[in-house]
Design a protein around this ligand. Sequence first.
Ligand code: FNR
Length: 361
Amino acid sequence: MAAEPVNLNEFQELARLALPKMYYDFYAGGAEDEHTLKENVEAFHRITFRPRILVDVSRIDLSTTILDYKISAPIIIAPTALHKLANPEGEVATARAAASCNTIMVLSFTSSSTIEEVAASSNAVRFYQLYVFKKRDITATLVQRAERNGFKALVLTVDTPRLGRREADIKNKMITPPLKNLEGLLSTKVSSDTGSNFEADANETMDASLSWKDLEWLRSITNLPILIKGILTREDAIKAVEVGVAGIIVSNHGARQLDYSPATISALEEVVHAVKGRVPILMDGGVRRGTDVFKALALGAQAVLIGRPVVYGLAAKGEYGVRRVIEMLKDEFELTMALTGCPSVKHITRKHVRTEHERIH
Ligand code: FNR
């Protein structure tokens, strides 16, 4: 068994050693120059603390509530594709880890375990992430299956009218297995000999005409609350509230779509100010430390989602690895709360952090 990692970044190295290069690159890579990929992490480093002292922090309560679901900490599992490339148990292992950590898992539309398998595997609170296909019936069928199988909310990802240009996958000629959830629903298998088949499939099936009015269609086919994932501007945040979403996820898709999008932690406050508390705001992208979780909450997020670290945990040590990733992040977050003088998440305020643009008086 490989050495026990002491932080999330060490899990990345274990995953690199455990996985074939093609799969590691698929998980780790970003779009084009990978500028945003680096920024997602580095922008957190430029935020510092304004810790408060002599606060009773003998008891720390990390728990929070997202859409009425009480979870052990404001750390949720982001939807990421194809967990079986990391571990044969795939998303079933991830769901079990979510349940044992008492957190929410967002299952990806492009999962390798089926909706039904994941639902049967644990009692974790699960949300279902959606892409809208040109063939609307396919998306509608999956929404119904998620609803029938006890998923509690939909997460509509809106930053992917086409797949971003991920050059590692193109070079590796990344081949993905057929998506089990879509078995019998897609008529033809798309293939490409120039780039990755993931990219070719996505561009063939994804509905690039999706627009705000389609939110109405989605609402007409489901009673589940809808969160919108992939908002980076105040203009779109206001529109999202107007069309009645239940929550917003500030995200640049882990820097896999539009390179030179801002780091999500830098875009968060703009969205928070525009929304003015009308719906909950979550964020993802580059969260690797408990201090990052704290910074996101201080800047107005209700919770963060983690993408790659979960997959790295899964690749390195299966279900146990995912659990360790979440537990380590929770432990670091708890320590940050103690050292900044915040006994509960409600105590975390904007005044506990200083961004790079704020002068020191
Ligand atoms: C993703 N992401 C993603 N998002 C989504 O809405 N549907 C999906 O199927 C996927 N698939 C996916 C695969 C892989 C390998 C990665 C790394 C990411 C994006 C994901 O939900 C999330 O926004 C980012 O992963 C967050 O950034 P970090 O935590 O990976 O830095």
